[in-house]
Design a protein around this ligand. Structure first.
Ligand SMILES: [Fe+2]
Length: 260
């Protein structure tokens, strides 16, 4: 599995508080078979004003040093960019943002002040800068999940959608769980990530959601959401729609074994 969304970097947001917690988080990821983690602390979030791209990169470099020499786990840069005026200004001024593995995808979290007009503006600004928005947990936002027209419009504008594994397993309640399953069924979801804030979240919800997806949709569909599309996103490549078996086979033919 390749996890595109988590809060494992310590003492930076509401994720790991200490180096020890981060170490446990990394151990948990290895135990469940994660091969790559994109570290995505909150950025431009009003609750964490001290977080900057520079701080994220510094903490990521420190975190890489925690990995044992023989670890097969790889860590990549990223951030969960909060939908805000500050973030829009930063995009327009060409200030530094933290895209996934410094490629074209940028993880974007819509807050409670979402409007379609504001989202249009934000998505246009990101597209003009050559970025592909990857919208975090659309199933958790009532203004998105009840309106497939809104999601369709964002998708037509080139956005991809990243679901939380915890939504599928019912961590946020039955309503969000049902919405998550429905959005998956409707083909809106490109990938599933842990959004884990601790080692226990990594050890439970993430593998449980993989198992659920495999049981309901089959192994190939589960691999598409947890490994193949995350690999394509990590490398800045177009994703495969869920669940287009022909497109998946074509992509696998082009890229072969995704081992880097
Ligand atoms: Fe998050």
């Amino acid at each position: 599995m390749i996890d595109l969304h988590n809060h494992l970097l310590w003492n930076i947001d509401d994720g790991s508080a200490t180096v020890e917690e981060t170490t446990d988080h990394l151990r948990a990821a290895e135990e469940i078979g994660v091969v790559a983690l994109v570290c995505t602390p909150h950025l431009y979030h009003p609750q964490y004003p001290a977080v900057t791209p520079g701080l994220i990169r510094e903490r990521l470099a420190d975190c890489r040093r925690l990995l044992p020499a023989d670890s097969s786990l790889r860590l990549f840069s990223g951030a969960e960019h909060y939908f805000s005026e500050d973030f829009l200004r930063a995009i327009q001024r060409q200030e530094e943002i933290v895209s996934i593995n410094d490629g074209q995808y940028i993880l974007l979290e819509f807050g409670p002040f979402f409007t379609m007009h504001g989202a249009d503006h934000m998505v246009r600004a990101l597209r003009a800068r050559g970025c592909t928005p990857l919208i975090a947990h659309p199933e958790r936002h009532s203004y998105l999940n009840g309106h497939s027209a809104t999601l369709s419009r964002l998708m037509e504008q080139g956005c991809n959608f990243l679901m939380n594994s915890k939504s599928l397993t019912g961590r946020y309640g039955r309503q969000i769980q049902e919405t998550a399953q429905r959005l998956l069924q409707m083909g809106f979801i490109h990938a599933i990530a842990s959004d884990a804030h601790s080692a226990s979240g990594m050890r439970t919800h993430y593998p449980d959601a993989f198992a659920w997806t495999m049981e309901k949709w089959g192994r190939q569909a589960a691999e598409l959401l947890f490994l193949i599309n995350p690999w394509l996103i990590l490398h800045g490549l177009p994703t495969v729609p869920f669940f287009d078996e022909f497109a998946l086979q074509q992509t696998l033919k082009i890229h072969g074994v995704m081992d880097s």
